[in-house]
Design a protein around this ligand. Structure first.
Ligand SMILES: [Zn+2]
Length: 351
């Protein structure tokens, strides 16, 4: 049995020498967040507590993050690792090690790492290429391993010679390492709707007016495919469509305005009036078959749940729970427009 409900800390290593980057890598902009903020957010949203970042003194700490200053980047990754582990409080039974320059490691990936059955071993490490590395989990009894690390190698060499301590974890996708500003442009894709950070996809296209990045649109396609295949997943299909469309409003235009309005009314109908898909469908038809003009609503930012979290569901029941959490997060984020959308919904119900 795993015991991941007990507090697990995050140790984010972000004090490295950004020689190849040319400027502080931690401050590189990914959408409206810095790379450090993206990695810290992923740790928080995965449920890690506390989140500890090992950073140089001139880099600000994101809110809620425990700061450990390391101004000696030439001492290597291992020095940061030792400092970060030393800052893990007594109450935490384990720590997840994350790298500050791997911004595509999603909360769902960290949760999957935490859920891995450890089979009595104190380390869970991602198998990447021919070695084991971050994201990785160390139980407290394995913390002493960091005292044996040196230079920039981190735990890689030690784990290679002590495979009996390691449960391998296979992430769905290899983390992207950002070393240069060019890497940010070529390798990283920030969804303009939900803000999720993806490995860039040049092989897929996005929707003409839903405001999603190509990788996010492809992820949504994978979720929809499962809903069409499996009856348990399909039960909440309509609500997943409402959550995704409202989270990806695109830019101001007639179709976009209608899409956002109708899907927000769908979320209001489900969450506040307990309307199921069968009840919502005729209402949606009435709202979309006229020439009604809708206003543009300024969209929110800072979502806690995205389609990537929903994709990680391992059963129909979990999918249903995650779609509800997603819909609630999207609806709550649009709070500035609740009064208006409630009036639209009441009017549509009365018609
Ligand atoms: Zn998105």
């Amino acid at each position: 049995m795993q015991n991941w409900a007990v507090s697990t800390a995050a140790v984010i290593l972000a004090a490295g020498n950004a020689r190849r980057f040319g400027s502080p890598k931690q401050r590189a902009a990914l959408g409206d967040r810095t790379m450090l903020e993206v990695v810290c957010d992923a740790a928080v949203r995965a449920g890690l507590e506390p989140v500890i970042a090992v950073i140089p003194s001139d880099i600000p700490t994101p809110p809620g993050v425990t700061r450990v200053v390391n101004d000696r980047p030439n001492d290597g990754l291992s020095a940061s690792l030792r400092m970060g582990i030393a800052a893990v409080p007594e109450g935490a039974e384990a720590a997840v090690i994350l790298l500050g320059d791997q911004p595509t490691v999603a909360p769902a990936t960290i949760r999957a790492l935490l859920r891995t059955d450890r089979e009595g071993r104190p380390v869970v490490a991602s198998l990447i290429g021919d070695g084991a590395g971050p994201p990785l989990l160390l139980e407290r009894r394995a913390f002493e391993l960091v005292d044996r690390t040196a230079g920039d190698e981190g735990l890689r060499g030690i784990l290679a010679t002590h495979t009996e301590l390691v449960t391998p974890f296979l992430p769905d996708e290899e983390p992207v390492d950002v070393d240069t500003p060019g890497d940010v442009v070529r390798l990283i894709e920030v969804c303009p709707g939900c803000g999720a950070v993806y490995r860039a996809r040049a092989d897929v296209e996005t929707h003409p007016y839903i405001g999603a990045s190509p990788a996010c649109w492809a992820t949504y396609g994978a979720v929809l495919a499962r809903e069409f295949r499996d009856r348990a997943h399909g039960a909440v299909h309509r609500h997943a469509v409402d959550a995704y469309a409202a989270q990806h409003p695109g830019v101001d235009g007639r179709r976009q305005r209608q899409s956002v309005a109708v899907h927000l009314i769908g979320l209001c109908g489900w969450l506040e009036h307990r309307m199921n898909a069968d009840a919502l469908l005729p209402m949606t038809r009435r709202l979309t078959d006229g020439a009604r003009e809708w206003p543009w609503l300024d969209p929110p930012k800072g979502y806690k749940v995205t389609v990537l979290d929903v994709l990680a569901a391992r059963s129909g029941d979990e999918h249903v729970r995650l779609v509800r959490a997603w819909a609630e997060d999207v609806w709550s984020a649009w709070g500035a427009h609740h009064d208006l959308v409630r009036r639209w919904t009441d009017a549509a119900l009365g018609s």
